[in-house]
Design a binder for this molecule. Structure first.
Ligand code: GLC
Length: 428
């Protein structure tokens, strides 16, 4: 018998709670035993529906591990675990609580604003925001200072893992140019926990680790890493998240009388949105990545270019993106595939090279809602719920058959279900 909304909500809460380690939540047991940056912020959105204090704590824990330069690391290794590679002994970033030395999509500003807008406990929310505002704003400063040294308005990622879409086809060509000489031998753990055919290839992994070793040899000086990295790609989806976070942070800062932070973040958002135009591809009707190391557009029709809708875009662009999503819908059973199924490189089961992910669906649906394309937003939400009904709370799904893939009982998938169902209840 299909579960009703209340049963699904109860199950989602159970999953988020079982992965709760007190002040942070792991993405899932085994495969991912630490705190991940954008996972935590998206998880907080779900937690807020049943425990506001816990939701604020999730983001506060993340921001407590911000580096002095402003960067917020992509993983915080709160506890020792031998089930994950590359662990702290590989990164060697020298932080009091070990962290990686790269970052992840800047969801925190958006999550903070959404929590603040919905908070029932206003006093707690205001206290938390007062703490978080300057920290998140310093992260945004860090991005535009170190990852956009020529002030183009757009930031680059220097490692595929920063994108959150780890092994997307978007990175293939740029990653192939990363050398592997001097690579120290290593043993992967991911293929012990998940099907190797669904995971990144060994050639890709070698280059991921080479980049880590290269940055380590430069002492993790984040002011230098951008120029010193052979991998520098401008991802429209990544920028869209940052742009939206700047805008949302500016709104909250205005409300709390933090004029200087508001103006600074608004300026980042406006410049970023204008610069996104340079990534538009009229033939495909979507945005594409730009390989900054060789100054070329990356001809790879991935979901990164659709996620751009989250930035808050002009109506004509949103209309094109809606058409593009329709096109993708005609090629798969469940929106939104992480790569166009019509493209030769598409793989339905391999991680970010085709599968659908609920977090990405959520951000895209939110972007369409912002642009008053409610119908498209509802359609994507409905597909997310169909995936859950078919296959449970998996890490990601085959967009053609709904086969569940990767880790099970996955925190952010459950958190997105809480967002969608509570949103629907609020509208009812
Ligand atoms: C994978 C995903 C990344 C996520 C992490 C933890 O590395 O690609 O986006 O943050 O798992 O769930």
């Amino acid at each position: 018998m299909p579960e009703n909304a209340d049963q699904l909500i109860a199950r989602a809460i159970e999953i988020v709670t079982e992965n709760d380690r007190g002040s942070y939540t792991v993405p899932t047991k085994g495969l991912y035993p630490y705190q991940w940056n954008w996972d935590s912020c998206l998880t907080a959105l779900g937690q807020a529906h049943f425990d506001e204090a816990r939701a604020w704590a999730e983001i506060e824990t993340l921001m407590a591990h911000q580096w002095p330069c402003g960067m917020v690391p992509h993983i915080i290794f709160h506890e020792e675990s031998d089930s994950y590679f590359p662990g702290p002994d590989v990164w060697r970033t020298g932080r009091p609580v070990p962290t990686t030395g790269i970052t992840q999509p800047a969801v925190a500003g958006f999550a903070m604003a959404r929590l603040f807008a919905r908070a029932k406990d206003r006093a707690l929310a205001t206290r938390s925001v007062r703490k978080l505002l300057p920290r998140i704003s310093a992260w945004h400063d860090w991005f535009y200072r170190t990852r956009d040294p020529e002030a183009t308005g757009l930031v680059a990622i220097i490692h595929p893992w920063e994108s959150g879409r780890d092994n997307s086809i978007d990175w293939d060509a740029a990653l192939a140019r990363v050398p592997t000489d001097g690579l120290e031998p290593f043993t992967r753990q991911d293929i012990l926990h998940a099907n190797p055919d669904h995971r990144p290839t060994q050639a890709q992994y070698d280059r991921y680790i080479w980049l880590v070793q290269h940055f380590r040899s430069l002492g993790w000086d984040t002011e230098r890493l951008h120029d010193a990295s052979p991998f520098r790609v401008v991802d429209p989806g990544f920028n869209a998240i940052l742009i939206r976070a700047c805008d949302e942070l500016a709104n909250v800062a205005e409300e709390l009388g933090e004029a200087e932070l508001a103006v600074r973040n608004r300026t980042y958002a406006q410049r970023g949105r204008a610069a996104l135009n340079s990534l538009w591809n009229a033939d495909l009707g979507q945005y594409l990545c730009f390989d900054r190391a060789i100054s070329e557009q990356v001809n790879s029709p991935s979901v990164g270019g659709i996620l751009t809708v989250f930035a808050g875009l002009p109506k004509t662009r949103v209309a094109h993106l809606a058409t593009r999503v329709e096109e993708l819908a005609s090629r798969c059973g469940y929106l939104v595939p992480s790569h166009d199924p019509a493209a030769a490189a598409f793989e339905a089961l391999r991680y970010w090279r085709g599968p659908a992910w609920l977090v990405v669906n959520y951000l895209i649906a939110d972007g369409f809602r912002l642009a008053e394309h409610a119908e498209m937003a509802e359609r994507i939400d409905a597909d997310s719920l169909r995936l859950i009904a078919e296959s449970g709370f998996a890490e990601y799904y085959d967009p053609i058959t709904a086969e569940p893939c990767g880790g099970g009982r996955f925190t952010w998938t459950a958190a997105m279900v809480l967002e969608i169902l509570n949103g629907q209840k609020a509208d009812a």
